[in-house]
Design a protein around this ligand. Structure first.
Ligand code: ATP
Ligand code: MG
Length: 284
């Protein structure tokens, strides 16, 4: 049995649950927030925790693995292995100062009061830069600290930057880049390791199909070389003869961000009956 800790509620909960569900691990009776065991072919149970507690739970072996922001892993200082970047929950932790400040580099921070929920990451950064500052740990609403006179600057999570602007702040130093990661206890036994490697295999296939579309189309045979050059595919596109002479059917995987340009080019080559399908898994 492998126990997976995930965030009980909050920004990472939904995406963690849906990644696990895509991998065949779904929490049945999902309104129960206790321990839930249910996976297709995998002996797994889920443990719902506050995200701050996940690194420690995994380090202690209360959970074997966990899905959590890399920021929480770094802040906790717990000894866990980061086994996979999961590609969601992207954010950065940055220093922000009041808009009117003339920030000219980290040196600005010397002897300033900086409010943050991430004192460990901040003090490591400032130490590396040889800058001493007064770090004030506060749990929430960090962004209002300068306005109420609690701090000269803040060190906080930024994703779009909208909250900073609303509070009259500007981002001046991007210190830490984060995303959701899968972490594991470093001492898993071989049975647990095997379950984990099955899950990672499933995650890989899901993550590598992200942003990809499966495209089928009919094409005059004469246009084939040009179309193949356009669609390198994984090895090369699959080409099948059609009953109608002089025509072929071509199948290929195309990255979403190139899709419409490629389709336009293929139509110019005479492509017809173009089907674009959702791709759930890509297994190499
Ligand atoms: P919990 O109740 O579990 O302690 P929380 O309030 O500490 O939750 P959330 O706000 O749900 O945490 O954020 C969870 C994680 O989502 C963060 O630690 C971070 O890794 C990631 N994240 C991504 N974008 C943002 C953002 N804009 N603001 C805050 N966190 C973000
Ligand atoms: Mg938290």
């Amino acid at each position: 049995m492998l126990r997976i800790a995930i965030q009980a509620k909050g920004r990472l909960n939904e995406k963690s649950m849906s990644l696990l569900a895509d991998a065949g691990i779904s929490a049945s009776g999902s309104n129960s927030r206790k321990l839930l065991a249910r996976a297709e072919g995998l002996p797994v149970d889920l443990l719902f925790l506050r995200d701050d507690d996940i690194p420690q739970a995994v380090a202690m072996g209360v959970a074997d693995v966990g899905i959590v922001g890399l920021n929480e892993v770094a802040e906790s200082g717990e000894t866990v292995e980061v086994v996979k970047n999961l590609g969601f929950g992207a954010c950065r932790i940055s220093i922000a100062v009041p808009k009117a400040e003339n920030y000219d580099g980290v040196e600005w921070c010397r002897n300033k009061r900086i409010a943050t929920s991430y004192p460990v990451i901040l003090s490591k950064f400032l130490e590396e830069k040889g800058v001493e500052a007064e770090i004030h740990k506060i749990a929430g609403s960090v962004e209002i600290a300068p306005a109420v006179g609690m701090a000269d600057a803040i060190f906080d999570i930024v994703s779009s930057g909208g909250t900073l602007i609303q509070n009259g702040l500007k981002e001046v130093e991007q210190v830490f880049a984060s995303q959701a990661v899968m972490i594991a206890n470093p001492n898993l036994d071989s049975e647990k390791k095997e379950i984990l490697s099955d899950i990672i295999f499933r995650f890989d296939s899901i993550l590598s199909s992200k942003g990809m579309k499966y495209v089928l189309l009919n094409l005059p045979e004469a246009a084939l070389p040009e179309a193949v050059a356009l669609l390198p595919g994984m090895k090369s596109p699959t080409v099948l003869p059609l009953a109608e002479k002089g025509w072929v059917s071509m199948h290929a995987v195309i990255a979403e961000d190139e899709l419409w340009n490629k389709i336009k080019a293929l139509k110019r080559l005479g492509a017809e009956d173009i089907l674009v399908l959702q791709l759930d898994n890509l297994i190499n």
